[in-house]
Design a protein around this ligand. Structure first.
Ligand code: LLP
Length: 433
């Protein structure tokens, strides 16, 4: 566990936030997501404080798709962050958490009329406009409501990020945003600039997720400024805001080598500062949207080990009581994780096993070839870094109820999402008899 921010207690059990994970598993059952809230706070502060130290006006918006729940958004609110939502459901959750509306930004490549209405009626801080259809809807709605709103234009800069194809978003062949190079962004600019009631504030770009190199972010910013320079020369446009997206990588396994978060911020800011001098404009506000980097390493998942199947000379399958229903990432992206037997952390590892989920899918494997001590059914497995895109991408496949979420801070545990019951699983089913 050397690479994870957790301790082992005298009993040899894994601890999180000062509490024994085995006690938590007994108290709340498994599978169980547990977050160390102090790590969420640390992550928030790493971004916010770096901007502050650099003296740059900024908004750090938590990308709530990574993990949205009322309690999570309350913590993020306490830390003074802004919030990125991409749907009515995420916006609804933010409103339930009483998140300050002026700090909420709405994203999406196919926002519905209803979604935009909800955003405008609730006076959220900013809509990141993605396409021409959306511009028309926003104009209509603002007219009807006799309101104005801040808008950023999402552009795709044509950057290939070194990550899984499914989480690449800045490349040219993408469903997101206006293409920066084929005239689309210019066309959108003409519609938005000097608008009567759309307050066009600047550009947004997000190049992808789980990115480790600062050079990709820097190249994207270079391309934004190439366009901004043109728009300044041709129209005198100067952006108030530049949103450079999220995607800052975290460590899942030893293959991942993220930088400390301040390094990403410093690289972005220093690049923007150079361009600002070059184009001779005022420093815009810098916005970023980390999701995984806020929630990812703060969360672990606890499972109970059940069946053990040895195939001599081939492999040992250790099955747990969850799987792709609570963590889709291995099945969807071949994502890799590390884990430990939480009640045997100090015991020497003796062999390698593969951790299987309990869904009816051969692809429901959580970890291949994990070194473990001698395992028995009933042991508790902890998988690390499951705080982002775990609960948020969970499903009811095979009619599994969704797992509970517990927050731990300063040695105190609090359930923040209840475990679903079987009644919850069938609650929308109607009879056909
Ligand atoms: N901003 C925008 C516009 C995004 O599309 C995303 C992620 C983020 C921010 C936050 O990215 P992050 O900092 O969390 O990497 N389900 C996938 C990740 C998909 C992310 C989609 N957009 C996964 O489990 O890896």
């Amino acid at each position: 566990i050397d690479h994870h921010p957790f301790n082992v207690n005298d009993k040899g059990n894994l601890e999180i936030g000062g509490l024994d994970t085995i006690d938590l598993a007994q108290k709340y059952g498994t599978p169980l997501y547990v977050y160390d809230v102090s790590i969420i706070r640390e992550n928030c502060r790493a971004f916010v404080n770096t901007f502050r130290e650099l003296g740059v006006n900024a908004q750090v918006a938590y990308a709530s798709k990574a993990f949205s729940s009322i309690a999570m958004l309350q913590v993020v609110k306490q830390e003074g962050l802004s919030l990125d939502v991409v749907s009515e459901g995420e916006l609804f959750t933010a409103l339930q958490a009483e998140f300050p509306v002026e700090k909420i930004h709405l994203h999406g490549n196919n926002k519905s009329f209803h979604e935009l209405t909800m955003a405008i009626e609730n006076n959220i801080g900013c809509i990141v406009v993605d396409n021409f259809y959306e511009i028309q809807m926003i104009e209509k709605l603002l007219q009807e409501h006799n309101k104005e709103i801040d808008i950023l234009m999402r552009v795709t800069p044509g950057i290939i990020s070194k990550t899984h194809q499914y989480i690449m978003t800045g490349n040219e062949d993408s469903k997101f945003g206006f293409n920066l190079h084929n005239g689309q962004a210019d066309e959108a600019f003409k519609l938005l600039y000097n608008h009567d009631y759309i307050r066009f504030k600047g550009l947004h770009c997000h190049i992808g997720s789980q990115i480790f190199e600062t050079d990709r972010f820097v190249s994207a910013t270079d391309l934004l400024f190439k366009k901004l320079k043109e728009w300044k020369n041709d129209y005198g446009f100067v952006p108030d805001i530049l949103n450079l997206g999220g995607g800052f990588g975290i460590r899942y396994t030893s293959e991942d080598k993220p930088l400390p978060y301040n390094k990403y911020v410093e690289a972005l800011v220093s690049n923007v500062k150079q361009h600002v001098e070059d184009v001779n404009i005022q420093m815009p506000e810098i916005w970023i949207e980390p999701g995984r980097a806020i929630a990812g390493n703060a969360g672990i998942t606890l499972y109970t080990i059940g069946s053990i199947k040895k195939i001599p000379g081939v492999r040992e399958y250790i099955s747990v009581d969850g799987g792709l229903t609570d963590n889709l990432r291995p099945a969807l992206y071949q994502a890799k994780y590390e884990g430990v037997v939480a009640n045997k952390v100090n015991q020497p590892t003796t062999n390698e096993v593969s951790i299987a989920g309990k869904c009816c899918e051969s692809g429901d494997m959580l970890i291949w070839d994990l070194p473990v001590p001698k395992i028995e059914s009933g042991d508790i497995l902890a998988v690390f870094s499951t705080g982002a895109y775990g609960y948020s991408m969970s499903s009811h496949y095979n009619r599994f109820p969704k797992a509970a979420v517990v927050f731990v801070e300063d040695g105190v545990d609090k359930q923040v999402v209840q475990r679903e019951t079987f009644q919850d699983v069938v609650k929308n089913d109607l009879s056909y008899e």
